[in-house]
Ligand binder design. Structure first.
Ligand SMILES: Cc1cc2nc3c(=O)[nH]c(=O)nc-3n(C[C@H](O)[C@H](O)[C@H](O)COP(=O)(O)O)c2cc1C
Length: 239
């Protein structure tokens, strides 16, 4: 595939085949991702690759947390505190995702993208139950046989996040070029304790993002192509 083909083919995949990904293919993708630029070549990241039984266990633990978090809506403050303690629902602190509304135009774009996605999925906006079910699929990796968690060292400040983002994009483009699909998932950054339970994450590394990897199914959801900015919206005008 040419770069243009790979670039256009890469979309967030939210339904994967059960088919496993051979280890040599995963290694090849990671080797290619390592060609990414990083600030002074510091490469301030570490990754966890989970497959098989361990992935299933992590998925179950994350799903339990997610389901417990949904029950918080109907609880009073004491109930919220007790449930949050019992299921360790305190979100990951260092590289946080926004809880709730996004600021300004970003919330509008977020809603537009979500509305388009729900339309493809046949979910009505007011159907909270189905939306919750769809959200829950994040925590079982949309059925993917591989999940990757990317950690970075916050001592490298903003370059840690820039470098990690570029590295992740290399993973996604490399995977796409081999007929695989990916979904970067901020949702997998909410709780890291199930990942810590099975992997020795070096001290000082903080979770930035998760990513599901596998062979895309032919489900409609994978055909969704959310609108991108026009060049006009992207470019800053001259004074
Ligand atoms: C940092 C980051 C976090 C994301 N988190 C999620 C997520 O938790 N769940 C999900 O389904 N998609 C997630 N996405 C995918 C975006 O929704 C998707 O990239 C966006 O809608 C554009 O669609 P495209 O990737 O198909 O071009 C995330 C993407 C990025 C870059």
């Amino acid at each position: 595939m040419t770069f243009q083909e790979v670039n256009l083919k890469r979309r967030s995949i939210r339904d994967f085949l059960k088919k496993s990904v051979p280890k040599n293919i995963i290694d090849e993708i990671l080797q290619e991702a390592l060609e990414a630029p990083s600030s002074s070549n510091t490469q301030p990241f570490k990754i966890v690759v989970a497959t098989g039984d361990v992935l299933e266990k992590i998925g179950k633990e994350l799903t339990t947390k997610y389901k417990a978090s949904l029950t918080l809506r109907n609880k009073n403050i004491i109930g919220k505190i007790l449930t949050a303690r019992k299921y360790q629902l305190q979100p990951n602190k260092v590289y946080q995702t926004i809880q709730g509304k996004y600021p300004g135009v970003y919330q509008e774009r977020r809603i537009k993208t979500a509305v388009g996605l729900y339309k493809v999925l046949g979910i009505k906006r007011e159907d909270k139950k189905r939306r919750d079910e769809e959200m829950a699929k994040n925590f079982s990796f949309f059925g993917a046989p591989v999940a990757i968690w990317i950690f970075a060292n916050p001592k490298m400040k903003y370059t840690a996040l820039v470098d990690t983002g570029i590295f992740m994009q290399n993973i996604m483009l490399s995977a796409t070029s081999k007929g695989l699909g990916t979904c970067p998932q901020g949702a997998l950054n909410l709780w890291r304790s199930p990942v810590d339970k099975y992997f020795n994450i070096p001290k000082g590394y903080e979770l930035v993002c998760g990513l599901s990897l596998g062979y895309p199914s032919k489900a409609d959801v994978n055909s969704y192509r959310p609108e991108k900015l026009s060049l006009e919206d992207l470019l800053v005008t001259k004074k």
